[in-house]
Design a protein. Structure first.
Length: 368
């Protein structure tokens, strides 16, 4: 089987999905994304969403100039060969964004699992058929808003809730306190301030989270700040988790695990380098007895790929989705099945749920 053609769609959600205040920099996001389609000489085709930041046209041109010529003519079953050869090619002046390789690698896995007649997670090597789900907030405008949303998702049966505060110490602390008061002592809460603090602030904030019985403390400092993250990990009892935006998974993450920069690591099929990198990072972490919690991929067609990986990994406790859930529930013909606090895996080969091509056609503004 050979890849004979690749189609790249640049897409923009036409509805005002997110308010300005829900992003920390206050700039509106229209949720631009790519849809990458592989066509093979055996008649099989597959498609994957791709992250595009705030510029699908830029991301699409990178995909077209670097990745399309790299993958055309290759056998999608030779995923490991592609991985290592692209690693070398990227070093020789490509230096593509961390999210660029993901959808191309995903398509190789989808075609392979479709050819095998297996749902992706079983092709990867299934560990389970359902995964506990938790909700991960956007940036909200008041401490009370976090408390209200956390309580809503607790009532909806979600297993946990994670706050993304705006990065203002006093506001952040009040939001975390009010959220704990709202949901009670037993419900799991996590904190992800996304690196706004000095080391001293991060340490003080971590001690407050310990008093409030938060489950983990995510990216209190930038992922590449190894020295200070290592100190936080050494001093605090609450688990420190990070590595979601470090380039070159799993190689860069190996240092974080082996020298205990963090207690737990992150990976996802969008920002880490596709399914290949995500599974490599998870297996590396497992060999050290470390959790690899799969990080949200935002759009539900990519979240579904994440879910397949979660179901093939023992050392990942949860399946993360951004909330409000309905904001990002687009691009699939049918929603991911969520029941009694678990996201359930589909049984059809490949991705298992068809993409919504009416939605994709309506959001495509350029195709190459």
């Amino acid at each position: 089987m050979k890849i004979k053609d690749i189609e790249i769609r640049m897409c923009r959600h036409k509805e005002p999905v997110m308010k300005d205040s829900e992003m920390r920099d206050g700039k509106k996001s229209d949720l631009e994304f790519l849809v990458i389609t592989f066509h093979t000489d055996e008649g099989l085709s597959s498609s994957s969403f791709g992250f595009a930041g705030r510029g699908a046209e830029m991301a699409g041109e990178i995909a077209n100039s670097i990745f399309k010529p790299f993958f055309i003519g290759r056998d999608p079953l030779y995923r490991e060969q592609h991985w290592h050869e692209y690693r070398t090619a990227d070093r020789w002046w490509n230096h593509a964004p961390i999210y660029s390789y993901g959808p191309f690698d995903i398509n190789c896995w989808l075609l392979s699992s479709m050819q095998a007649g297996q749902p992706l997670y079983k092709y990867l090597g299934a560990y389970r058929d359902k995964v506990p789900i938790y909700g991960s907030s956007l940036v909200l405008d008041s401490p009370e808003a976090y408390a209200k949303e956390a309580l809503e998702y607790k009532k909806r049966g979600f297993n946990a809730y994670k706050l993304h505060p705006p990065g203002k110490y006093d506001f952040d602390l009040e939001a975390h306190k009010k959220t704990r008061e709202a949901v009670g002592d037993e419900f799991k809460l996590m904190s992800d301030p996304v690196a706004p603090y000095t080391f001293e602030q991060a340490l003080r904030f971590g001690r407050e989270l310990e008093k409030l019985n938060y489950y983990w403390y995510e990216e209190p400092l930038f992922d590449e700040n190894f020295h200070n993250l290592r100190e936080l990990t050494r001093i605090l009892d609450i688990p420190i988790i990070g590595t979601e935006v470090i380039a070159k998974h799993p190689y860069s993450v190996a240092e974080c695990i082996s020298t205990r920069v963090v207690d737990m690591v992150r990976a996802d099929v969008s920002w880490s380098g596709g399914i290949t990198a995500t599974m490599k990072t998870a297996h590396l972490a497992e060999s050290f007895g470390v959790q690899c919690e799969i990080h949200t991929a935002i759009y539900h067609p990519l979240e579904l790929v994440n879910l397949h990986c979660c179901a093939a990994i023992k050392n990942s406790e949860f399946f993360e989705v951004l909330v409000p859930y309905e904001y990002f529930n687009f691009g699939l013909k049918d929603s991911i099945k969520v029941e009694n606090g678990y996201a359930h895996l589909p049984s059809k080969p490949g991705l298992g749920i068809d993409l919504d091509w009416d939605f994709i056609d309506n959001t495509t503004f350029k195709k190459i």
